[in-house]
Design a protein around this ligand. Structure first.
Ligand code: SAM
Ligand code: SF4
Ligand code: SF4
Length: 367
């Protein structure tokens, strides 16, 4: 008897199968949307599963034990991901970030990393290959990830206070194990390490200065992320957001900060350095200071849907093309067709009306 597969996520968030242009399309190495934003970064969700249940991302009320994750056959295979990445790279993508869910839960992830590290950009350089993780498995895997070709990691850590952290991840995971993961990643050469802290008022905003104190001088770059209204399940309220300006002000009272000039077009973090030379921090202000005008990111969901915005309500089914009888040139043409029509700028136009939309969950398309 064949296994009965219920493709739950396939039916949701579906923008259909992209149309394939009749004429052959030769990628020119740069692909711009209607607002002049080139596609440069690709975020790939390699699993929709996670061993944490952070309340702002996968609250237990929604992601409980009856929640049906994608069946394995729905997931893009490593060969399919690599093929798509090659096609994206020919359109100018230079950075690939693996994410999820928790990417380190995907079996043999090292093999995918090895395959991706062989892909070249249009400038004939290797891709910038990174990964975002909750670090629960990082201490065990850091060396193998580095050996496979991973260049850097970003670790999510929302508090140093063990009780607050255990409460936020909702699975009683201890902070010491995340710190061990960070140390292992540094020892393996996956540096500079970025540490992402989502700040939620009344929950972990008391940890802002503690985190700054802990990581200044460490060589790691701590980044504070405004709590966002991604997905439809985290019960987001504007009152829960701690504006980045407040974060900077609070740290500045203890450790004076100076603004650093921006890095590159499309960089989302505003950078600040400690006046005493003990490193830098970043703030990501997607709510109070949207950066849609320079958004160069495409997102690929676990089963191969392309999302042109983190707040999209539907994605384009690239897996159907991969598993259909289409050549690389045809898929390349379909991608160009999609990106050239991209007009997303959700954070700039966020309002009560847009908040009511049934948006895709962050754990499904990755952060
Ligand atoms: N599980 C991995 C992790 O936590 O690093 C990777 C996936 S997670 C969805 C990627 C990033 O999204 C994490 O840094 C997480 O803190 C962030 N994130 C999730 N929900 C968020 C929200 N509502 N607002 C802001 N950031 C969020
Ligand atoms: Fe899992 Fe990351 Fe979401 Fe937390 S933020 S629930 S670790 S996917
Ligand atoms: Fe990019 Fe959409 Fe976020 Fe704007 S809201 S920065 S377009 S992902």
């Amino acid at each position: 008897m064949t296994e009965r597969i219920i493709p739950i996520a396939d039916a949701r968030y579906d923008a259909g199968i992209p149309s394939v242009p009749a004429r052959a399309y030769a990628p020119a190495g740069v692909l711009s949307d209607v607002r002049g934003r080139a596609v440069r970064d690709l975020r790939i969700s390699v699993t929709d599963r996670c061993n944490f249940r952070c309340s702002y991302c996968m609250p237990r009320t929604v992601f409980g034990k009856d929640y049906r994750f994608l069946p394995h056959t729905s997931l893009l295979r490593f060969e399919e991901i690599t093929r798509l990445v090659r096609i994206f790279a020919a359109h100018g993508v230079e950075k690939v970030r693996l994410t999820g869910g928790e990417p380190l839960l995907r079996r043999n992830l090292e093999s995918l990393i090895e395959m991706l590290s062989a892909v070249r950009t249009v400038r004939d350089t290797p891709l910038e290959l990174t990964l975002t993780t909750n670090a629960s498995l990082l201490a065990r895997k850091a060396r193998a990830l580095k050996a496979a070709g991973l260049q850097r990691v970003t670790v999510s850590l929302d508090a140093l206070d063990d009780a607050i952290f255990r409460e936020m991840n909702s699975v009683d995971f201890p902070v010491a194990d995340v710190l061990a993961g960070i140390d292992a990643a540094a020892a393996a050469g996956l540096a500079p390490i970025k540490i992402n802290m989502v700040v939620k008022r009344g929950v972990n905003d008391g940890e802002i200065v503690t985190m700054a104190r802990r990581f200044r001088g460490s060589g790691h770059v701590l980044r504070f992320i405004e709590y966002m209204d991604v997905g439809a399940s985290n019960g987001w309220r504007l009152d829960d957001v701690v504006p980045s300006a407040e974060v900077v002000r609070r740290i500045h009272e203890w450790f004076p900060l100076e603004p650093l000039a921006g890095g590159y077009f499309g960089e989302v973090a505003k950078r600040w350095r400690y006046a005493d030379g003990s490193g830098e921090i970043g703030v990501i202000s997607s709510v109070t200071q949207p950066f849609c005008a320079s958004c160069t990111r495409a997102r690929l969901s676990t089963e191969g849907k392309l999302f042109t915005c983190l707040f999209a309500t539907a994605g384009h089914d690239l897996r159907a093309l991969l598993r259909g009888d289409y050549s690389d040139d045809q898929i390349s043409g379909a991608l160009a067709h999609l990106w050239e029509r991209r007009d997303d700028r959700y954070s700039e136009i966020r309002s009560d009306a847009t908040r009511g939309l049934r948006r895709v969950e962050m754990s499904y398309i990755g952060g």
